[in-house]
Design a protein around this ligand. Structure first.
Ligand code: NOJ
Length: 570
């Protein structure tokens, strides 16, 4: 008879990771604050909402929370347009609420990571207002990248650089002072939305101010930082500006005009000195979409931020060969940098992984965008398969050495909300591409906590509408239900503490095998069948060793079902 395994979950152990290396194999849970829990019922999640759910997070079994920006912001880019780096958005709470949240997290044994957004401020930051009110060439403008336009009247942007969200990366200002007051004048650079002017990291004042920001939050007890677009801070702005018609294609030798330049590491060496003023030193993880392993590892050096995201598994198809190759190269990269590896399948910028895996094999990034725009309805093309694969992939990943970054709602098996009403969309991508690319709102829909309550227990009317199918994914529907995705995550995160050992693994399966089988140094084993057909179990996989399965397995198991992961105790 097929049935879900229901192992006896190990009891939580007293906090043993209160040391400088806590981040190396941490399970970090990303909170997108506006969509997590809404304590004051205004439709936006808030910091008291986070505090109210610390018990849930502790029970989930994570080690740390990472909060996406909660700073004052007009939300032109979901908070990644920061008005003031050292304050809390009044809609999300106060600094006192932040302190309360940190205290509650620490009391529960959870570390707290906050997002820093150094590539750009918002256009409502005091510095940008001062820049607009000042003349070309002024120190106020020198905190950003203001340039004269090309063409006889300066009517053309200074370069052909596009913005990440569509349209040009330059916006022209109307001068407000001097002889040209009232006339179109200089252009400023924004690699993202026009509300996100890029800061000039050549300027010592900018560098010093971010040191102040790091200390501000570290002094409030923050344990680590996630560094937004870390690879973009250093730029070659020497004239004439070099052509770069695509932001997707990077040079791999540190000479790209906009990304991953060698000088960026001087900036992070300075950050590391600040982070090391604390005991234990504050952790940091670079968001650097750098596809080259030899370049990415520089961000993860102990003299730099210390850790870097890799998005390789996130971008890979559900395929044994692809997964094996990525794990091998990321572990080698981590070893070479002195860091631990990071793993991630979902975050606030990508289509949730059960939905990605529900789409036909071979669906590429463009086809994903097209699916969202044209065919994005729920149910997904094959939701059962999507979730089955997502659970198998997650269990495969949670057994790996290194840090696992989880995105809120993935523990509930949430799919992308692909059919949000168009008039609800807020992602700047939607507007800046002339409504051609829908963007990232579908993974940011507020969480369903309680199927029986209004707004699924989130709070007030959510800023993005929740679909009716969210009810089946609510915490109340999964809590204590054997086989639910929530219970699977709880089991996995509890067993993970036992499974973690030295940061290495040994492959037991042959390369080319659709079944991946690895062993950690303390004898724990993980097996994933990436194929769709059941595969024979290796002899070593005695039934008594199986503590966890991502899907139903027969008892005693003869085979490992397709698209399923098993964990074997030593
Ligand atoms: C990366 C963040 O994850 C994303 O949400 C944001 O839009 C860009 N950086 C710009 O800050």
């Amino acid at each position: 008879m097929d049935r879900q395994l229901s192992p006896t979950r190990p009891a939580a152990e007293p906090e043993t990771r209160n040391n400088a290396d806590w981040w190396r194999q941490a399970a970090v849970y990303q909170i997108y604050p506006r969509s997590f829990a809404d304590a004051n019922h205004d439709g936006l999640g808030d910091l008291p909402g986070v505090t109210s759910r610390i018990g849930y997070l502790k029970e989930l079994g994570i080690d740390a929370i990472w909060l996406s920006p909660f700073y004052p912001s007009a939300l032109a880019d979901g908070g990644y347009d920061v008005d003031d780096y050292r304050n809390v958005d009044a809609r999300l709470g106060t600094l006192a609420d932040f302190d309360t949240m940190v205290a509650a997290a620490h009391e529960a044994g959870l570390k707290v990571i906050v997002d820093v957004v150094p590539n750009h401020s918002s256009n409502r930051h005091r510095w940008f207002s001062e820049a607009l009110a000042s003349a070309p060439g002024s120190p106020e403008r020198a905190r950003y990248h203001f340039h004269e336009g090309l063409g006889e009247q300066g009517e053309l942007p200074p370069s052909d650089w596009p913005s990440h969200f569509g349209g040009p990366a330059w916006t022209r200002v109307t001068e407000s002072t001097g002889a040209n007051a009232g006339d179109p004048g200089q252009w400023y650079l924004h690699l993202f939305a026009s509300e996100q002017p890029d800061l000039n990291w050549e300027n010592p004042e900018v560098r010093e101010d971010f040191h102040t920001t790091l200390r501000f939050w570290a002094d409030r007890g923050v344990d680590g930082f996630r560094v937004d677009v870390a690879h973009a801070l250093a730029k070659d702005m020497s004239l004439p500006l070099r052509s770069k018609p695509s932001l997707q294609i990077l040079l791999d030798d540190g000479t790209d005009p906009l990304f991953d330049r060698d000088e960026v590491h001087e900036i992070f060496a300075g950050w590391r000195q600040v982070l090391n003023e604390y005991d234990p030193p504050r952790a940091a993880v670079a968001e650097a979409w750098v596809p080259f392993t030899h370049r990415r590892l520089k961000y993860a050096q102990p003299t730099g931020l210390g850790q870097a995201f890799n998005f390789d598994l996130l971008q890979a198809p559900f395929d044994a060969g692809e997964f094996r190759g990525i794990v091998a190269s990321c572990l080698a990269e981590a070893a070479a940098s002195g860091a631990s590896s990071t793993w991630v399948f979902s975050n606030h910028d990508v289509i949730r992984h059960p939905s990605r895996y529900a789409l036909p094999d071979g669906t590429d990034a463009q086809a994903l965008d097209a699916w969202l725009l044209n065919g994005g309805t729920h149910p997904q093309p094959d939701p059962a398969r999507g979730l089955r694969r997502a659970r198998a992939a997650t269990l495969f990943m949670l057994g790996l050495p290194g840090s696992a970054y989880l995105y809120q709602g993935e523990e509930l098996g949430l799919f992308e909300v692909a059919d949000l009403p168009l008039d609800a969309l807020e992602d700047p991508t939607w507007f800046r591409t002339g409504n051609r690319i829908k963007g990232r709102d579908g993974c940011r829909v507020p969480l369903p906590w309680d199927a029986g309550q209004e707004n699924h227990g989130f709070g007030g009317t959510p800023w993005l509408p929740q679909p009716a199918w969210f009810a089946a994914h609510a915490v109340t529907e999964q809590d204590g239900v054997p086989g639910s995705t929530l219970e699977l995550y709880r089991d996995a995160l509890a067993w993970r503490r036992k499974l973690q050992a030295a940061e290495s693994l040994e492959w037991l399966s042959a390369s080319g095998d659709p079944l991946l089988h690895y062993r950690r140094p303390n004898g724990w084993e993980v097996l994933t069948n990436f194929g769709t057909e059941p595969a024979p179990l290796p002899v070593s996989a005695e039934a008594s060793r199986i503590v966890l399965a991502s899907g139903p397995v027969a008892r005693p198991p003869q085979q490992i079902p397709g698209e399923t992961t098993l964990w074997l105790a030593p």
